[in-house]
Design a protein around this ligand. Structure first.
Ligand SMILES: *Cc1c(COP(=O)(O)O)cnc(C)c1O
Length: 387
């Protein structure tokens, strides 16, 4: 009998040790011991599948990776110290000098920075398509293109990219399709179903869910993950076993947490849509979202992030921020605590106003990561700040 998502998230765990613990212990150890010289030789020669050193693997990391693989329908994976370590190591492992990336314009600020400021050092260039211009992707592909890359929903514009369309293009042109699935979490969306070869998460967000630890993970096709693993076991971006333990525990409650995040976010989006002081609201499961139908096709619910613009531009936006009392002014998302962010002056301040507009960020745009507080209290705080 195949268990469902929620059951696997709780019941997939490491084998019990001789102490018969109920909850999986932390294996906070940098290395592992061998029986004899032959055992050690065979282990290093990879004739045996076993833990050697926690830069390569660790029981807590293995459990975390196995759970995410099960959730995403992936064959293999590797866990990283942060989402950006996952992004960088994946690209560094797969690309050669001269290779070319085609990526969505609306991607995480640090990823954009990596593509524009660092990968060119190794002669790797990126061309960008707008989230509403997927029909132009094919014109950007050259014989050097190796990777097609996108996020959906996007940060912070909450735009939706049609994953099935990307999957079809990647297959036709023999590209590796990589999706940053951080905003959806593995509970709401599984990009491999639509043709992704690799899926990346910043586990810092919804997977941790309580703003405690950094983490990242890349999962997907075994041959590609093996390349990522070979690169990473040498270069050392591994997730710490302590953080892996925290994150694997968090997965036990992912479904119930994300259900409530989405319920609260939809209620807030509906409230804002009817508010006279708001220019626009974007949330994937609002009928007014430009890609509502695509969101319904590829997501189970709309996620925790709502974007909107207060009437009156930058000044009104600042005033709104200064009037917030309960919600946190912070840059994280997917936390139990609701968080409001002003992307133009914070996460995306290193971009020019034109680049920001291309990424869907107007100067007065506000991003709310809707948390798990009572929705009445979340709405009351936003309501008084708008007043
Ligand atoms: C936060 C984030 C990242 C980077 O993750 P870190 O854990 O902060 O390194 C990458 N992609 C998206 C979409 C994110 O929101």
């Amino acid at each position: 009998m195949e268990n469902k998502f929620e059951t696997n998230a709780i019941r997939n765990q490491l084998e019990r040790s001789q102490y018969l613990e109920h909850s999986v212990p932390m294996y906070v150890t940098s290395s592992f011991v061998f029986d004899d010289a032959e055992d050690m030789r065979a282990s290093f020669a990879e004739e045996k599948d076993r833990n050697i050193y926690s830069r390569y693997s660790n029981p807590n990391n293995n459990e975390f990776v196995a759970k995410i693989c099960e959730m995403e329908g992936a064959e293999a994976g590797f866990a990283f110290a942060s989402g950006m370590a996952a992004v960088f190591s994946t690209f560094a492992a797969l690309l050669e000098s001269g290779d070319h990336i085609v990526a969505s314009k609306s991607i995480f600020g640090s990823t954009l920075n990596l593509f524009n400021s660092f990968l060119p050092k190794w002669n790797i260039e990126t061309s960008y398509f707008g989230v509403h211009e997927v029909d132009q992707i094919e014109s950007l592909i050259t014989e050097k293109t190796k990777i097609l890359y996108a996020e959906s929903p996007t940060n912070p514009g909450v735009d939706i990219v049609d994953l099935e369309v990307l999957g079809t293009i990647a297959k036709k042109h023999n590209l590796i399709l990589i999706i940053d699935n951080c905003f959806a979490s593995p509970y709401l969306q599984q990009p491999m179903k639509f043709g992704a070869d690799l899926v990346i998460h910043s586990a810092t967000k919804l997977i941790d869910g309580q703003g405690r630890v950094l983490g990242g993970i890349t999962v997907g096709k075994a041959d590609l993950v093996d390349k990522v693993y070979r690169f990473s076991r040498i270069t050392g971006p591994a997730l710490s076993p302590f953080n892996a333990w925290v994150l694997s525990k968090s997965l036990e409650t992912l479904a119930v947490r994300v259900d409530r995040h989405c319920e609260n976010a939809l209620k807030l989006a509906e409230y804002l849509e009817a508010h006279p002081k708001i220019n626009w609201v974007k949330y994937p499961f609002l009928k007014s979202h430009p890609k509502y139908e695509v969101a319904l096709k590829q997501m189970k619910a709309g996620g925790c992030v709502v974007a909107f613009e207060v009437k009156g531009g930058l000044e009104a936006g600042r005033k709104f921020f200064d009037s917030i009392k309960l919600l946190s002014l912070s840059a994280n998302l997917g936390d139990a605590r609701s968080i409001v962010t002003h992307p133009a002056s914070t996460t995306h301040s290193k971009l020019t106003p034109e680049q920001r507009l291309e990424a869907g960020i107007t100067e007065g745009a506000v991003r709310v990561s809707v948390g798990l507080e009572h929705i009445d209290d979340i709405i009351a705080d936003i309501s008084q700040a708008l007043g």
